[in-house]
Design a protein around this ligand. Structure first.
Ligand code: PLP
Length: 381
């Protein structure tokens, strides 16, 4: 039996069309985009086209796109890069950021910055009154993600940005999980910088971008030959950048149809989850349409994930990026979920190829596993 993939927030399969766009640059068009000869010119033109495609999906000018190796690097570049031009004051990041924002912010704290974690409510939404409270302190850097990778909850980034700008801070959003699932506009969010990643939108792994306001001063994290306007040295990964550009163009083209289709699948999934007795996190908040994060009280998340995997369905427990650890999710703890409840968390994230039959099949496997595990728990008690 074919395994069914329901973990698209961890990564997505490479779109065949993206692969086709990349192939020439993996084979004959191998020039270094910095070379002056024909091979180099061909590569440079391909990077230019990709820059236009990435810029278009978030509504900026191509020169605002800094290509990097992915979301992790873009987040590091913003946090550390912005700090490089500022005297240490406060760095305020939401309590539910991905570790690649949270940890660079902790590093700033070790370098004399004051780290402030911005609170979220029980539904996983940023608490604007806490933002206002935090911004009473002199603040250089604010970062709030657009959509959370675990709950899928969408944050009111524009409202935070308005307050951050008023306080004179540099405002960043990690839009990795939002891109391709909801419309994302750099201008409407009013941020100074935004992080994107290719592999969450059916592009290749190892490509991403920091989109910047041209007036934002950043110190590079990786220096060398001066590529990407001096902000990210290193020979451009032309095939991956080409794939990222193609993936953005395809994502923009399918969004209007994909979002409602995903929402319908999730509605079906969540109706059944309620019937089975699940508690769904962030349910009352606005969420990206593909994500469902839930717990069956008393059932361990890891165990449930292993059980449904045996039945042929790949889903995630807790945060995908920290699946090697058994710590309860920091996002859920920030939402006020008790650690013993958080340990039960399971995430299903559908993608563009997910079908209603697959969701039905998954529900069958899940209800079987929940039934068996409940019986086991009942016997153990
Ligand atoms: N930010 C968020 C919200 C993510 O979900 C992830 C990946 O899981 C990243 C950043 C890291 O992106 P990348 O895998 O491209 O380094």
């Amino acid at each position: 039996m074919e395994h069914v993939y329901l973990d698209h927030n961890a990564t997505t399969p490479l779109d065949e069309k993206v692969l086709a766009a990349m192939m020439p640059y993996l084979r004959d068009r191998y020039g270094n985009a910095s070379s002056r000869h024909e091979f180099g010119t061909v590569a440079r033109k391909a990077v230019d086209v990709a820059r236009e495609q990435v810029a278009a999906i978030v509504g900026v000018r191509p020169a605002q796109v800094i290509f990097v190796s992915g979301g992790t690097e873009a987040n590091n570049l913003f946090v550390k890069g912005a700090a490089g031009y500022l005297k240490p004051t406060q760095v305020a990041v939401s309590a539910i950021e991905h570790p690649c924002v949270a940890k660079p912010a902790q590093e700033l704290a070790r370098a004399g910055w004051k780290l402030r974690k911005l609170a979220v409510d029980r539904d996983g939404r940023i608490d604007l009154s806490d933002v206002e409270e935090a911004l009473k302190e002199p603040t250089g850097i604010v970062s709030v993600m657009l959509a959370n990778n675990e709950t899928g909850v969408i944050q009111d980034v524009a409202a935070v940005a308005e307050r951050a700008r008023r306080a004179g801070a540099r405002m960043h959003t990690d839009a990795v999980q939002a891109l391709g699932k909801i419309p994302v506009s750099f201008g409407a969010l009013n941020v100074h910088a935004m992080t994107l990643s290719a592999h969450k939108i059916y592009g290749p792994k190892g490509a991403g971008a920091l989109v910047v306001d041209k007036r934002l001063e950043l110190r590079p994290v990786i220096s060398g030959g001066g590529h990407e306007q001096g902000l990210r040295s290193g020979t451009e990964n032309v095939p991956a950048i080409v794939g990222f550009g193609a993936a953005c163009e395809l994502a923009a083209g399918r969004l209007a149809n994909l979002a409602p289709a995903l929402a319908a699948l999730r509605a079906r999934l969540e109706r059944a989850l309620h019937e089975l007795g699940a508690v769904i996190f962030g349910e009352r908040a606005e969420r990206i349409p593909n994500t469902s994060y839930f717990v069956f009280p008393g059932i361990d998340g890891e165990t449930l994930v292993i059980e449904v995997d045996k039945a042929g369905y790949a889903v995630a427990s807790g945060a995908a990026c920290s699946s090697a650890s058994t710590e309860p999710s920091a996002t859920l703890l920030a939402m006020g979920v008790a650690p013993e409840v958080a340990r039960g968390a399971v995430r299903v994230s559908c993608g563009m190829a997910t079908t209603a039959e697959q969701v039905e099949g998954f529900l069958g496997a899940l209800s079987g596993a929940v039934y068996r595990l409940r019986r086991l728990t009942a016997v153990a008690v």
